[in-house]
Design a protein. Structure first.
Length: 135
């Protein structure tokens, strides 16, 4: 992806883990909103409640464990680096461990997005959601 002459694909590995997680938070939210909207129109309050069930530190922490075994070595390194990043903020009503694992998932999603690997992103998101719905 090139924006204003900047090649994000070439530079994706140069961003800090927290910058990748920042982008990944947006990407994950878009995927979750798209999924929820695809199941039909309803009030925004109901849509938002469903999305919040997917986009929170606890759910994403569980997804961290589901993704571990299906990632390439490089993807796993990105996710682990995101998990280990030193964030100065913490989610309300979430454990620090859940928040850190969620940051790892978001870093992975941000990294894949910036690299333009949307097919892989979609594959991993479907895996996360499939398992989330099975629980």
């Amino acid at each position: 992806m090139v924006i204003n002459g900047f090649d994000f694909k070439a530079e994706a590995g140069e961003f800090s883990s927290l910058a990748l997680a920042y982008m990944g938070d947006c990407v994950f939210e878009i995927y979750a909103r798209s999924l929820v909207l695809s199941s039909g129109n309803r009030s925004v309050d109901k849509i938002n409640a469903e999305v919040r069930g997917l986009v929170n530190a606890h759910s994403q922490s569980e997804m961290y464990y589901r993704l571990e075994d299906v990632l390439t070595e490089e993807e796993y390194r990105v996710m682990k680096r995101g998990r280990n990043a030193n964030s100065h903020t913490m989610a309300k009503n979430q454990s620090a461990a859940d928040y850190r694992r969620a940051t790892g998932v978001e870093a992975l999603f941000g990294w894949l997005y910036l690299k333009g690997e949307t097919d892989r992103l979609t594959e991993l998101f479907k895996l996360c959601i499939k398992n989330e719905k099975d629980d």
